[in-house]
Design a protein around this ligand. Structure first.
Ligand SMILES: [Zn+2]
Length: 623
């Protein structure tokens, strides 16, 4: 694939960053290297079929000064995040970092070890556990903690322990209340769109290198092995609750509705160590992840950080999280939690102040400046979240997509708008000419806007596509944010080479299996092709034979509704099947055995005939 070098405007911007940013502060490097015990001889992790699911060696290029094709601040962050191996946090607590997007921690107990947040894939988690044991002895796993409901904090559980062994040994698995429901729902309802967009966000289709993917800020990227879940045996519900596992007391703080809907922090008094899950990391986190999600609440996030300082601040000598490196020293860790608290609260409060003056999200984002005292702390920089998209997310959380201006209430959609703009500007060739001038002047944002219109007007216009790809590439080179860079470079890649679809699916079968019957029916309802189902009026009883539960499923007005009730005589058909078979149906497998239909069999066929699953290859940068 053809790639360009950075244009002078990008090189000049990077030169300024090198002067203006606090590169003299190297504390993060000392912390990221502290306690290093060793790493894998070959840091490539493969699955059963020999497919590489994690390749830390691929980031070997991250050394020395930043090349001009990477923002020097992002280069610095990636250099830190790419470090991999087993690290001692304190004697008794260890972390494997750099072998997945997230960090897996180990808390040693009286007889074995408690695993905290077993990564995304069973392969990476198993490799992390093996690395730990290589250095710390063959200790049995005596407990597991999932700090929150995101896949990178429980997905590799099956690499730590099998479901059978966990059940047989009565292994305690602790998690914040509601974790499983949130975990599966998040990746299913809007899952197809999120997974396609996550491909852009993490740069899964990009080559790694100075002109490609260099990291995602929060970690390098996501592993691509096999996720699953071993369901928790104990839900933590209350702040102040203590649980003793393998002789180690754990004192919990609930932090729901922060970075994840179900999240917790905990203190380990034995080691004077505080785990802050994903609420205190070494970057500005997302309030709205670019792959798409519900907007998070920075105000409650800040509240729980204040509470953490109050509850634990005089009892912790080290703080660790499930991304990035720890912070040592009571004074330093309390100060850092305070800085992170102020970061999220400043974003929240100032965005509200400005929107109450009538500014829109885009206007606030453009004007927003962080306090210089926060800005000079590396860990406040937007490598994963950004001030720009977080401000817009806060606006969205409070006021939604509409900015109140009636001209923007009902504009044409992108393609119709593009046709009109392009015609008004004198045709697509003229638009490309204007974009070329903007590109040469370094106004890449305007060039991208023009070329977006050009390509949505004339998707086959080679000159527009090529310049659009070049423009997105330069925007990528200029981005401090890892996920912005990945978005830009992914867009450039698709313009040059065509769609790469969804490189990494997130709805793993083992997770989908955790859906409740109600969630499965919701997920089926989402796939009903409304217009094709407008005139249908169906009534089925669905008996889930393995659960001994029955649902009345109706389809009318294009709406599928399921209500739990015993089968009754007035259904057009009664369908008996086990839950896994219903899940297979959701996944599009209609013909496998295991489905018994009494009554009018055509009714089920009619229903299945109007299901319309998502498209994992939908277009993004072209219409
Ligand atoms: Zn995470």
């Amino acid at each position: 694939m053809r790639q360009n070098d950075p244009i002078p405007a990008i090189e000049a911007a990077h030169a300024r960053h090198l002067v203006e940013l606090p590169f003299g502060d190297t504390q993060d490097f000392a912390d990221a290297d502290r306690g290093f015990l060793g790493t894998l001889a070959d840091p490539r992790i493969v699955d059963e079929d020999g497919r590489i699911v994690w390749d830390a060696a691929g980031y070997g290029f991250l050394a020395g000064d930043a090349p001009t094709s990477v923002h020097p601040s992002l280069w610095r962050q990636s250099t830190l995040a790419a470090k991999h191996g087993l690290y001692e946090v304190v004697e008794g607590i260890y972390q494997v970092r750099g072998l997945d997007l997230s960090v897996m921690s180990f808390i040693e107990g009286d007889t074995g070890v408690i695993v905290v947040d077993p990564l995304i894939s069973k392969e990476t988690a198993a490799a992390a556990l093996a690395l730990y044991r290589e250095h710390r002895g063959d200790r049995p796993v005596t407990g597991m903690i999932y700090t929150h409901s995101h896949l990178d904090h429980f997905g590799g559980a099956l690499g730590v322990v099998s479901k059978e062994e966990a059940a047989a040994r009565g292994l305690p698995i602790l998690a914040p209340a509601g974790l499983v429901g949130h975990a599966v729902a998040e990746n299913v309802y809007a899952g197809t769109a999120m997974a396609r967009r996550a491909g852009y966000m993490y740069g899964a289709a990009l080559a790694r290198g100075p002109q490609g993917q260099v990291g995602a800020g929060l970690g390098q990227t996501t592993s691509t092995g096999h996720p699953g879940i071993v369901v928790p045996t104990h839900e933590v519900t209350t702040t102040g609750e203590t649980v003793t596992v393998d002789g180690v007391e754990l004192e919990f703080q609930m932090a729901p509705g922060t970075e994840a809907p179900a999240e917790l922090h905990f203190l380990v008094p034995r080691y004077a160590a505080l785990c802050m899950a994903e609420n205190v990391t070494h970057n500005l986190h997302n309030l709205l992840t670019l792959r798409g999600a519900l907007v998070r609440d920075p105000n409650i996030w800040a509240h729980y950080l204040t509470e953490a300082i109050q509850r634990f601040g005089d009892r912790a000598d080290v703080m660790f999280a499930s991304h990035h490196w720890p912070t040592w020293g009571r004074e330093r860790l309390v100060e850092y939690i305070g800085i992170q608290r102020d970061l999220y609260k400043y974003l929240h409060d100032q965005t509200l102040r400005m929107l109450n003056k009538g500014m829109t999200g885009a206007e606030i984002a453009e004007d927003f400046a962080m306090p210089p005292a926060l800005e000079k702390v590396w860990g406040t920089h937007g490598y994963y979240g950004s001030v720009s998209h977080n401000v817009k997310a806060i606006y969205q959380r409070y006021l939604g997509w509409f900015d109140g201006n009636p001209a923007r209430l009902w504009p044409h959609p992108p393609q119709a708008l593009a046709e009109r703009y392009v015609a008004a500007m004198g045709g697509v060739d003229r638009v490309v000419e204007l974009a070329r001038t903007a590109y040469d002047d370094g106004d890449l944002r305007w060039a991208a806007t023009l070329l977006d219109h050009a390509v949505f007007d004339s998707p086959g216009h080679e000159g527009a596509r090529a310049l659009y790809a070049d423009t997105l590439e330069q925007l990528g080179y200029g981005a401090e944010n890892g996920t912005w860079r990945n978005f830009y470079l992914s867009g450039a890649t698709e313009l040059r080479e065509g769609t790469f679809g969804t490189p990494v699916a997130t709805a793993a079968p083992d997770l989908v299996a955790q859906l409740s019957p109600e969630q499965i029916f919701d997920a089926i309802a989402i796939t009903v092709d409304g217009p094709r189902a407008w005139d249908l009026d169906l009534r089925l009883d669905v008996v889930l034979t393995d659960l001994d539960r029955a649902f009345r499923v109706t389809l009318s007005h294009g709406v599928l509704v399921a209500v739990e009730q015993p089968p009754s005589g007035d259904a057009q058909a009664t369908v008996s099947l086990a839950k896994p078979r219903l899940l297979a149906m959701l996944a599009g497998n209609r013909d496998a055995p295991g489905v018994e239909v009494a009554g009018d069999a055509a009714v089920l066929e009619t229903l299945l005939g109007v299901l319309d699953p998502g498209d994992p290859g939908f277009e993004i940068v072209v219409p």
